[in-house]
Design a protein around this ligand. Structure first.
Ligand code: GLY
Length: 364
């Protein structure tokens, strides 16, 4: 088991034998009760693969962004209370970003906080959601409106879980990896894009050990990019805002489609947001048009998002105005400048956003 030190002393372990790693952790820490939070997918495809020798109770919630709300958090609190979980109980979040965001929030607030650990099972959760201490849930269909920063005791990553993912769910996570490429290393962006395009053409997408092993190094690399930023600015007072690249407009799309009961994944929304971001970067910060086109052509080869482009601009802009990252009513975004440096807190007007949304509609 390979151990790396991560944010503020939190350990991330890359584990080939999760059952043994968890047992080791529990033997070093004494908990009164252990709870494992799953959804129907991770119950079937992940928990069932573990042969755990310790006692635990399962808390099972429904998967999906539309269930990432106060009712589900309340259900987790009730389940803990019903089972008499005291302050020395442990919650293990076994799942993707929805599970870890809500489980971490429920644990951090239950009886003023119990320990939790994260075991991300999706690519999105491995490279982004479970690392960095962001927790929370959607409120009034607005993305992650309620939440707090709270770190798990530890994070265990087993990339074998990637094999359990449907292609669409896998590509959901690729969006965040591509974002890391644009932010930190353009060669990495092209490498990830090419690998994804190559594997997408293969009917056996990720179904072999070989292809998931390709991703092991990329998961580690993406986490190391995020690590540097989060270690410098855990509570997102400044630098960490760059990790929101493509997310302001992306979250507006997510909220809009959530409200309209249309299934759009976070990563897909981030790709839409990043296309708008590239257009705004060209218009406002002199980002290279040719490079913009090259990047967008990679996005198009990986994601077919044309069905999401029938919206009125004002309906998306309405959600952008509520974005957590805004200040004094100004819409603030992260853009890339002519040297590919991410600049945060760039003020954008509603008409500039509308123009970037028009540009997006011409892409597919
Ligand atoms: N997902 C962006 C961040 O963790 O800051």
């Amino acid at each position: 088991m390979l151990k790396i030190i991560f944010i503020w002393g939190i350990m991330i372990y890359y584990s080939d034998n999760l059952s043994r790693s968890l047992e080791g952790y529990l033997s070093e820490n004494s908990y009164t009760k252990v709870f494992i939070l799953v959804d129907e997918n991770t119950d079937k495809h992940c928990l069932a693969l573990l042969s755990l020798s310790f006692e635990y109770k399962v808390i099972k919630i429904k998967s999906g962004e539309k269930n990432k709300n106060i009712n589900t958090v309340s259900f987790i609190w009730e389940s803990l209370l019903f089972e008499n979980a005291d302050r020395n109980a442990l919650l293990i979040n076994l799942g993707g970003g929805v599970i870890s965001d809500m489980g971490a929030f429920a644990a951090s607030s239950y009886k003023r906080g119990i320990d939790f650990i994260n075991i991300p099972t999706t690519l999105l959760a491995m490279v982004d959601a479970t690392v960095g201490g962001k927790t929370g849930f959607n409120f009034l269909n607005k993305k992650n409106m309620i939440g707090l920063f709270s770190n798990p005791k530890e994070i265990f990553i087993d990339v074998k879980f990637l094999l359990s993912l449907e292609k669409r769910e896998f590509l959901n996570g690729v969006a965040e990896v591509l974002k890391h490429g644009l932010l930190f290393d353009l060669d990495y962006f092209y490498k990830v894009a090419e690998l994804t395009i190559h594997q997408s053409l293969n009917r056996e997408f990720l179904a072999s050990k070989l292809s998931y092993r390709d991703w092991e190094e990329l998961v580690k690399k993406s986490i190391s990019f995020k690590e540097k930023v989060v270690n410098e600015d855990f509570e997102e007072k400044g630098l960490r805002k760059i990790l929101n690249l493509g997310h302001s407009i992306g979250h507006a799309f997510e909220s809009y489609f959530l409200d309209n009961n249309i299934d759009l994944k976070h990563g897909e929304a981030v790709i839409l947001g990043m296309i708008c971001m590239l257009n705004l970067s060209c218009e406002k910060l002199g980002f290279d048009f040719e490079l913009q086109n090259r990047i967008i052509s990679k996005f198009k080869k990986i994601y077919s998002l044309n069905i999401y482009l029938f919206f009125e601009n004002k309906n998306i802009i309405k959600y952008l105005i509520d974005d957590k990252k805004n200040k004094n009513g100004n819409i603030l975004m992260v853009l890339l400048d002519d040297k590919l440096k991410a600049i945060y807190d760039i003020k954008i007007t509603e008409s500039e956003i509308s123009e970037s949304l028009d540009f997006l509609k011409t892409i597919y």
